[in-house]
Design a binder for this molecule. Sequence first.
Ligand SMILES: Nc1nc2c(ncn2[C@@H]2O[C@H](COP(=O)(O)OP(=O)(O)OP(=O)(O)O)[C@@H](O)[C@H]2O)c(=O)[nH]1
Ligand SMILES: [Mg+2]
Length: 315
Amino acid sequence: MLLKQNKESEKKGLFTRLKEGLAKTRSRFTQNISQLILGKKTLDKELLDLIEMQLLSADVGIESTQQLIHTLTEKLSRHELNNSETVLKILQDEMKKILLPAQIPLSIFSDKKPFVILMVGMNGAGKTTTIGKIAKKLQIENKSILLAAGDTFRAAAIEQLQVWGERNQIPVVSQQSGADTAAVIYDAMESAKSRAVDVLIADTAGRLHTQTNLMEELKKIKRVLTKLDATAPHEILLVLDASIGQNALTQAKQFNEAIGVTGLVLTKLDGTAKGGIIFAITNQLKLPIRFIGVGEGIDDLRPFDANEFVNALFE
Ligand SMILES: Nc1nc2c(ncn2[C@@H]2O[C@H](COP(=O)(O)OP(=O)(O)OP(=O)(O)O)[C@@H](O)[C@H]2O)c(=O)[nH]1
Ligand SMILES: [Mg+2]
């Protein structure tokens, strides 16, 4: 009984954090829409036009906006929009429908030993810190973990991972700065195999996507991993900074074309009013969103839940 209560209050606490994390997007996006809808006495085409404008200016994207407006327009013509609350409810339900296909959590398959996660993304997106948070979560699930310090370009990057690893008793395979990334990751993979480690998470550098050699390097890492396990890497996680809005979409397309992304992490949703980008990302990329980041703490990286996300945007 007490355990159940604890679980309930824990869940409530996490939802509150999610709500807090999404405060900026809520205050400049969904709150405006709610006010528009609830403040309007007549539910007509004009109202839908105003909603459409709000959606577009919040980076929701043309496709998702059209989908949302289309549903509302149909219901309006069928006289099914009786009151403001209904409009708001239908809008939220449609938003959940758009996001639901992206709600596929990361699963670690135990027949892959190690299960290899390759972390990619532009510099500053949040790769290294996200590795720390994911590793902690997996450690709590009793999985053994090894990290590969594959970002050998930034001098501080290797140390950042080493310090973190020491603090959390998670081993880190590294070489000196400037070393070949693919070689570091290959070494780490050999080591993970010989130690029968459950999960290997490999960090990489994130230089500008206009420099084609980053993509070439990532391809090389993939090839090298395949030599030790034909099915590796088992997950290529692209970390995207949500606060860059539409640019995140462009980046994602480039990474996906070059190396085939299998999952997304959307970070820094807490620092931005551009949270609407998640609709455009889901609609256009059709990739699972494994985690969303709404702050710097470990609990601020959470598995993506479409219902919870939309509820937090409107509450
Ligand atoms: N507010 C907030 N900050 C975040 C989030 N995720 C990451 N950060 C911060 O973003 C900054 C950059 O994160 P890193 O993990 O170093 O980014 P990176 O992708 O490894 O960057 P490079 O190593 O330069 O390629 C750090 O200060 C993180 O604490 C998030 O969800 N919310
Ligand atoms: Mg890094």
